[in-house]
Design a protein around this ligand. Structure first.
Ligand code: ADP
Ligand code: AMP
Length: 214
């Protein structure tokens, strides 16, 4: 099963992608997580990505596309994967379609997690991320057992720099300009399914599984 998660930043793509990956036993591939791991590791790629991310802008396609295509060529992706945060531009989507076509493969579903902008601001302001393992929580909607501590690995939870209100607005503008057109792209490809992402997060997951028909 090869699935793309679409939706605004903060719509719940990562939350649902992790649950889908677990259910189907396939990797969760998040370009945001790969960039953050590179920033933490001080790599050249991380240095390049950081300035764009901090400003709420997209990392350029020439960096992002190669990185993602390399990742999905790895052995653990043989039986499928859930893409979270990629593609975010039409050129990224076309490169993915072309790379898969060249191998006689195609994506199975693009799941649009639909959440209006008003709800996004509350989602991102309350999001807390584990710096060590990448797990995400929400102070009100999905709190960790102990405040500020990751349930999974015990490390410290932080507010991501790009989740601060001034950057969130920029990211939403970038989403509407560059990423939202992908909804039509995948509708034209015949693989778009949409769910109401404003529901409680376990209900959103139930709705996704129902539309995937599995
Ligand atoms: P994305 O990967 O799309 O940027 P996340 O999955 O990180 O979004 O979710 C953004 C924030 O909203 C997180 O703090 C998460 O815990 C919370 N969240 C996710 N889904 C829901 C939901 N259905 N209802 C309320 N909060 C949610
Ligand atoms: P995310 O973790 O998906 O919210 O992504 C965080 C940030 O990483 C984004 O705001 C972008 O700056 C960058 N990023 C992640 N995925 C992509 C992508 N597919 N194309 C360009 N930039 C990306």
């Amino acid at each position: 099963m090869k699935i793309i998660m679409l939706g605004a930043p903060g719509a719940g793509k990562g939350t649902q992608a992790k649950k889908i990956a677990e259910k189907y036993g396939i990797p969760h591939v998040s370009t945001g997580d790969i960039f953050r791991a590179n920033i933490k590791g001080g790599t050249e790629l991380g240095k390049k990505a950081k300035s764009y991310m901090d400003q709420g802008q997209l990392v350029p396609d020439d960096v992002t596309i190669g990185m993602l295509l390399d990742r999905i060529s790895q052995a653990d992706c043989e039986n499928g994967y859930v893409l979270d945060g990629f593609p975010r531009t039409i050129p990224q989507a076309k490169s993915l379609t072309d790379a898969l076509n060249a191998r006689g493969e195609k994506m199975d579903y693009a799941v649009d997690v639909d959440v209006p902008d008003e709800a996004i601001v509350t989602r991102m302001g309350g999001r807390r991320a584990c710096v060590k393992c990448g797990a995400t929580y929400h102070v009100a909607f999905n709190p960790p057992k102990a405040e500020g501590v990751c349930d999974a690995c015990g490390d410290t939870l932080v507010l991501r720099d790009d989740d601060k209100p001034e950057t969130v607005q920029k990211r939403l503008t970038v989403y509407h300009d560059q990423t939202q057109p992908l909804i039509d792209y995948y509708r034209n490809e015949g693989i778009l399914v949409a769910v109401d992402g404003t529901k409680e997060l376990n209900q959103v997951f139930t709705d996704i599984i129902a539309v995937l028909g599995a």
